[in-house]
Design a protein around this ligand. Structure first.
Ligand code: ASP
Length: 317
């Protein structure tokens, strides 16, 4: 029988609190979760900043000392949990000094994922494989062949690995970033290579919702197919990166969208076979707003959006 392999991606909020970090620890005790991809530390509360945004701010004309202190504070929260000799402040100082010399934007921004994953690997005692050793690009495209080779090398060597999401390296040794939210893409690439595996995407909501929760309390879609996911994520459903559906479809992969703060809560399972289930989503453009539900689509004026969405949702059509 084929070995069960699970690829996990932990979003930025997963590394912001004691509870979520403990949940990561619990989940990773299950050794079938072999590949663990991390985003950079995200927002802890509403007006907080993501590490990626702080790093971007550092490349602009801003109060650099203030930003560097914020970055250090955020990493400190995790490093305090690790009773090993990890001097994260020194690592951040070295990273910034290197950036000041090379002025490589991609280098600096990718260090959010790099340092978050590095710290988690120390905390969980799981080998760290930086993306520059496993995620390759060639001619501006993902080099699946080379990634497959490297992935099988590391999976033969180690039971579990931790890999930073969101970036890779090209044939000229230049770091490349995916678009925002791209750690989902890193996880999807590994899942596609493994085929017939499970791809768990640990975010901070109980799966994909029938409508955008800003409008009302809404149910989790328990089962959906990749075409439906593609449609929803190209509209207002930002729960997972819009490129994932295309990467994952037709490969026998089961995608699970789950909440790291509620690991036993409701989840969404996405595969190639699920019947269409009920959803309403929308997209704005210059002309107005396109609302798409499972069996209907309509154009409305911006001002009508909320009212129409709620009506469709309440009627269930
Ligand atoms: N840290 C990056 C972002 O904020 C990538 C990711 O979170 O997946 O967009």
């Amino acid at each position: 029988m084929k070995e069960k392999i699970v690829v996990c991606k932990f979003g930025g909020s997963a590394t912001t609190s004691e509870q979520s970090i403990e949940n990561i620890r619990l989940l990773t005790q299950d050794k079938t979760r072999r590949i663990l991809v991390f985003s950079a530390i995200g927002k802890e509360f509403q007006n907080d900043f993501k590490i990626t945004d702080l790093l971007i701010a550092l490349t602009k004309e801003n109060d650099k000392v203030l930003i560097i202190n914020k970055i250090k504070d955020k990493f400190d929260k995790i490093s305090l949990k690790i009773d090993k000799n990890v001097n994260i402040n020194e690592k951040i100082n070295k990273t910034i000094a290197k950036y000041n010399k090379n002025k490589d934007f991609n280098y600096l921004i990718s260090r959010g994922e790099y340092l978050t994953s590095y710290l988690l690997s120390k905390y969980l005692n799981i080998p760290f494989v930086p993306a520059e050793k496993i995620v390759y690009f060639k001619n501006e495209k993902i080099d699946y062949r080379k990634i497959r080779r490297k992935l099988s090398y590391y999976l033969n060597k180690y039971q579990q690995i931790i890999v930073p999401g969101f970036y890779g390296i090209d044939e000229n040794n230049k770091l490349k970033l995916f678009s925002r939210g791209g750690s989902d893409v890193t996880g999807a690439i590994f899942a596609k290579i493994l085929k017939s595996c499970i791809y768990e995407n640990w975010t901070d909501v109980d799966g994909v919702k029938e409508i955008n929760p800003i409008f009302s309390h809404s149910n989790t879609i328990r089962k959906m197919n990749y075409s439906q996911l593609k449609l929803m994520t190209s509209m207002d459903a930002k729960v997972i990166h819009k490129d994932c559906a295309d990467i994952l479809k037709g490969k026998g992969i089961e995608l699970l969208v789950a909440n790291i703060f509620n690991i036993n809560g409701e989840k969404t399972t996405v595969d190639d076979f699920a019947e269409k289930s009920f959803f309403v989503c929308y997209k704005e453009n210059k002309k107005g707003v396109l609302i798409v539900s499972s069996n209907n689509r309509m154009f409305v004026r911006k001002e009508e959006l909320k009212e129409k969405i709620l009506k469709i949702y309440e009627k269930g059509e």
